[in-house]
Design a binder for this molecule. Sequence first.
Ligand code: FES
Ligand code: FES
Length: 162
Amino acid sequence: MQVTVSINGEEYTREVEPRLLLVHFLRDELGLTGTHWGCDTSNCGTCVVLMDGEPVKSCTVLAATAAGHEIRTVEGLEVDGVLDPVQQGFTEEHGLQCGFCTPGMMLTARALLDRRAREAGGGELTDQEIRTAISGQICRCTGYATIVRSIRWAAEHSRSGA
Ligand code: FES
Ligand code: FES
């Protein structure tokens, strides 16, 4: 079947099998290998991308299902050579070690910060809110403390990516 998916503001059309998962569409059909694939059980969350601004595990979404939606991958975080504050935060606060979980973590963080920006009077972002937002994603390296600090740094230096 033919599918057309909008990714990072560009439309991509490919002939694919109906069963093709979005994670494989991104990586194997389009070469967008910043989206990682870490398990066969929908547990690790390293494959997270944004669909219409909300985090989804791209290993649980068919490429065909993504048609008609706006997908954002880690490749779409940087705009015109300027890193997203989330990317800067992970650099400033050493939010990664091996980096395997990092693209998904950063996209979840971007969605969290965009959601907070839309909600007037949300108050200061708490560590518990950050930990809840990333609770579907596993990091084997950092112990999460530096990831939380990185997202907090981004919140304090943020612009909306929406
Ligand atoms: Fe592990 Fe998607 S690859 S949850
Ligand atoms: Fe290695 Fe998170 S930095 S899995």
